[in-house]
Design a protein around this ligand. Structure first.
Ligand code: PEP
Ligand code: MG
Length: 543
């Protein structure tokens, strides 16, 4: 038994088997060999295994997402048989007398660079694929098993780090907890963990080579610790705590159907944040008044090409229909920074959080934006949908957005496609938008304050940088004053203001926000009833 500590990003306690997720890009060592033929035979076996893994993935994908989306696995199978690619690996093994892992990794990098430098967009996109197949070969050569989510029992995922696109692709039913070596508390992976109600610990100094899939672990998000191979006594203690937590949650259930009304009669809206259509289940389960932030960019992650208008329309329509008249605020894509997508070809940036992201991509590449807007305007016919634009810094940006929305409306009109113009609001997550919130309030229907980015940009702290977690203080006076100023400016123009950043779910600040006059808090579904309890037990008038 051994215990390790980390930072909890979602409090909860679970016990179950471990699944170790070793990632691509692992250190591949260059090792001198003496028998090239034996090395080639190892490579051959790894290749055969890769073919059968890809065949299984193809068959699964055909059933779940259809033939068109599954085709990528066929492409990978073909690439694995490509003569130029294989010759390059064979040649390196024979001439340099190096191990197959090293030859496959270097060849993968070389081919990927070559594809990335081509003019043809299709060939450019193959850069990620060749890296993917090379990583698969390396994993097979190293004897590392992939996690098979389909047959896995619910497990504690232990990994070096997780990106939002990896997290979003995981089967949520199969995850008991996340334990990672790296990661920051403000990252989107942490946000996803909170959204999925999954206890998560980051910054845990775990040596992945010492942990085996199948080992037992207790993850305690309250104490910020994970215990591998716990003693019988500790297992019993964990079971007792798990029951206690369940009982507390059950008590909160009695608040379902009740209003978010203070003892002196002031009500606010408590909405939910979601990242996918399947999260709507949690929203209903926790009795949210609506959806205050649908991070639509998650529809774009973990795939090889843009989601089509139809695909997006179906997703948005399903959400608004399921919410049956309750407000659903869908944020247009906020790709960029930590949410990387290969097919956007964003390129490397020194400072991605301050770079080409969110509304900037939409204004520069209006075709991408228009596809999403068409889907949103069409879905608005089916329920109470609002659109929200991220990363706004100026009045001009809002005017440009409105111009594009008008074009989309004309196009839909001309094609005789039914649509509705929804309410349009903006996220307040840059200091610039705070300072001109009086002018912006005249232009938009509502504000939703994104405290995650607002804190990052105001305090000049990269929210992804785990070294700065101790400096990242969203309770900073500057942030609280900004929230108050934005709320007052919204109200002066007769508009409403909410908070959809993680700070909105901080129970220590609920009373402060209600007293400031915040109209809405949009939080992870698991926090809704907890906040309702606080609101129902407070008075606006301070005693
Ligand atoms: C925010 O910045 O507070 C926000 C809600 O957006 P995201 O966390 O997705 O950047
Ligand atoms: Mg943001």
């Amino acid at each position: 038994m051994w215990k390790l500590s980390g930072k909890a990003v979602y409090k909860g306690i679970v016990m179950g088997p471990v699944a170790v997720l070793k990632k691509d890009g692992q250190q591949v060592k260059r090792i001198k060999i003496t028998d090239a033929e034996a090395e080639l035979a190892r490579l051959q076996k790894a290749g055969e295994k890769a073919q059968s893994q890809l065949q299984k993935l193809y068959d699964k994908a055909v059933k779940e997402v259809g033939e068109a989306s599954a085709a990528i696995f066929e492409v990978h199978q073909m690439m694995l048989e490509d003569e130029d690619y294989l010759d390059a690996i064979h040649n390196m093994i024979r001439t340099e007398m190096v191990n197959a892992e090293y030859a496959a990794a270097v060849t993968g990098d070389n081919f990927s660079e070559m594809f990335a430098g081509m003019d043809d967009d299709y060939m450019k996109a193959r850069a990620a694929d060749v890296l993917d197949i090379s990583n698969r070969l390396v994993r097979n050569l190293m004897g590392q098993e992939e996690i098979d989510f389909a047959s896995m029992e619910p497990s504690v995922i232990v990994a070096d780090d997780l990106s939002p696109s990896e997290t979003v692709q995981m089967d949520k039913e199969k995850i008991l907890a996340f334990v990672t070596v790296h990661g920051s508390t403000n990252s989107h992976t942490a946000i996803l963990a909170r959204m999925m109600n999954i206890p998560a610990l980051i910054g845990v100094p775990v040596n992945l080579d010492e942990i085996q899939t199948g080992m037992k672990a207790v993850v305690n998000g309250f104490k910020g610790e994970v215990i591998f191979e716990p003693s019988e006594e500790l297992c019993q203690e964990a079971e007792r705590q798990i029951c206690e937590e369940k009982e507390k949650l059950q008590l909160l259930q009695s608040l379902k159907g009740k209003e978010n009304r203070t003892l002196d009669g002031h009500t606010i809206h408590i909405f939910a944040n979601i990242g996918s259509v399947s999260d709507v289940g949690y929203v209903l389960e926790n009795d949210a008044g609506g959806i205050g932030l649908f991070r639509s960019e998650f529809l774009y992650l973990g795939r090889d090409d843009f989601p089509s208008e139809e695909e997006q329309f179906t997703a948005y329509k399903q959400v608004v229909q399921t919410m049956a008249g309750k407000k659903v605020i869908i944020r247009t894509l906020d790709i960029g920074a930590d949410k990387k997508v290969d097919y956007f070809n964003l390129g490397n940036e020194d400072n991605p959080a301050m770079g080409y992201r969110a509304i900037r991509i939409c204004l520069k590449q209006p075709d991408i934006f228009k596809t999403q807007l068409r889907a949103l305007l069409r879905a608005a016919v089916f329920g109470n949908l609002s659109i929200m634009y991220p990363m706004i810094t100026s009045v001009e940006e809002v005017r440009k957005i409105y111009g594009i929305v008008e074009e989309v409306k004309k196009e839909l009109e001309a094609a005789g496609i039914p649509y509705k113009t929804p309410e349009q609001g903006i996220m307040i997550e840059t200091p610039a938008s705070v300072m001109i919130s009086d002018e912006l309030a005249e232009l938009v229907d509502f504000f939703s304050i994104g405290t995650n980015d607002l804190t990052q940009y105001t305090l000049a702290i990269d929210r992804q940088n785990e070294k700065l977690d101790d400096f990242y203080n969203p309770h900073h006076k500057a942030i609280l004053r900004m929230i108050e100023m934005v709320t007052q400016n919204a109200h002066k123009a007769g508009k409403w203001a909410g908070i959809c950043g993680e700070l909105g779910a901080d129970p220590e600040l609920t009373e402060t926000f209600v007293r400031m006059g915040i109209d809405e808090l949009s939080v992870a579904p698991s926090m809704i009833l907890k906040l309702r309890k606080t609101v129902r037990e407070m008075r606006v008038a301070e005693e």
